[in-house]
Design a binder for this molecule. Structure first.
Ligand SMILES: *Cc1c(COP(=O)(O)O)cnc(C)c1O
Length: 384
């Protein structure tokens, strides 16, 4: 499935994006959404311009968390009126960029932020469409570092403050209150978590209605759908049918309400692979180290979240000869380990190694630590 002969001509490490799979994934999302459902790709998962260009060309919106991402989305061709912008710490220039571009909505996370957006919009004689990001206090069955919807997390506005914040927003000249926004975490595979969020949104809508607050036009449930890191080839396209039908079944939308999603990982995760070369095999009495030329600077998820990436030797000589390795990078940090005690086909210097499921939070998190050059990204089209 990988163009290995083409890989051999490239300098490693690099990212490879299977754009056929990306297009199929986008098609599957289309097939499982209704016209009132709007999917905004979470740019933070992967902002490779070629990947962004494909997603924009297929008609999706963008979910941004910084001014840089708004700029990247606009450059890639996402229409401003399909861009939503979240984040607890929006700088003035970022808000101004969003106002000037005319983005669809600012997902507001606090009263001080609301006041600044209002102030900057009034100065420009504009009205900012805003959705309030509510912290629904719904847990997700995922890694503790990537839950976002609990009261202890820094994100969003507390439910007990909702009515007060809505009253403040509704009295402002520079903002138009259009929606409620939620996002409970990432790499979520339990549909029950999304059902729980739906039920919480139902309660919230009922409560606001009882308080005499007019119905909003837009509900945004965020993203968070996970992928299968253990078996990347098993179902390379996530189960979008179950995902969207969970919301269809559990969320009671009011007439005319539009439903927004912000999917990142589920769109690009399985499309990306980090390809590295084996530099050295080093053994001591208790370990075999497979030292590769990619490190935590290229793919930080294992060091940061203890994440698992399926590793394959793409150029193994004898596919049945298994050896146990610690696969490590060249960075001067003890945490620069991709995996310990990993059974893999016997490797030699020069073998090409694939780190699978690296399309999301991979290339975009690369750093120049140790003065390393950033990895390049190639697509299927480019290597044909
Ligand atoms: C990160 C993020 C997303 C995307 O999360 P995935 O797990 O990649 O789907 C969506 N919305 C917000 C507000 C985010 O911060």
């Amino acid at each position: 499935m990988f163009p290995i002969e083409e890989f051999k001509k490239l300098r490693t490490p690099f990212y490879y994006y299977d754009t056929d799979l990306l297009r199929q994934t986008l098609k599957e999302i289309r097939a499982n959404t209704d016209p009132y459902m709007h999917v905004h790709y979470a740019v933070k998962a992967c902002a490779n311009p070629k990947v962004l260009g494909i997603i924009a060309a297929e008609g999706f919106g963008a979910d941004c968390v910084s001014g840089g991402e708004i700029q990247a989305a606009l450059n890639a061709g996402f229409p401003a009126d399909r861009i939503v912008y979240a984040g607890v710490g929006k700088s003035d220039w970022e808000i101004e960029l969003g106002l000037d571009a005319g983005i669809f909505s600012f997902n507001v996370e606090s009263i001080p932020e609301l006041e600044i957006i209002n102030h900057l919009a009034v100065l420009k004689g504009k009205k900012a469409r805003i959705a309030l990001r509510i912290n629904p206090n719904v847990g997700a069955h995922t890694h503790a570092n990537i839950t976002t919807g609990l009261a202890e997390n820094k994100f969003g506005i507390d439910m007990q403050d909702m009515e007060r914040v809505i009253a403040i927003a509704s009295a402002m000249d520079g903002v138009e209150f259009i929606g409620l926004h939620f996002h409970i975490g990432s790499q979520i595979l339990e549909m029950d978590d999304f059902a729980a969020l739906s039920r919480r949104i139902n309660e919230i809508q009922d409560r606001l209605e009882t308080a005499g607050i007019p119905t909003v036009s837009d509900i945004n449930v965020g993203g968070g759908l996970g992928i299968n890191y253990m078996q990347p080839d098993h179902n390379p396209i996530p189960d979008f049918r179950s995902y969207f039908s969970t919301y269809r079944k559990n969320l009671r939308l009011r007439p005319g309400q539009q439903l927004h999603f912000e999917l990142g990982r589920a769109i690009v995760g399985q499309c990306g692979t980090l390809v590295a070369s084996v530099l050295y095999i080093k053994s001591n009495p208790i370990k075999n180290f497979c030292i590769v030329d990619a490190g935590m600077t290229d793919l930080i998820r294992p060091a940061l979240y203890d994440a698992y990436h399926h590793i394959e030797n793409l150029t193994a000589e004898s596919p049945s000869d298994y050896v146990t390795y610690d696969v490590v990078g060249p960075i001067c940090e003890s945490s620069d380990v991709f995996i310990k005690n990993y059974g893999m086909t016997r490797t030699r210097r020069g073998d090409l190694i694939a780190f699978r499921s690296a399309g999301a939070y991979g290339e975009i998190m690369a750093s120049g630590y140790n003065c390393r050059p950033l990895p390049l990204g190639y697509t299927t089209e480019e290597l044909k």
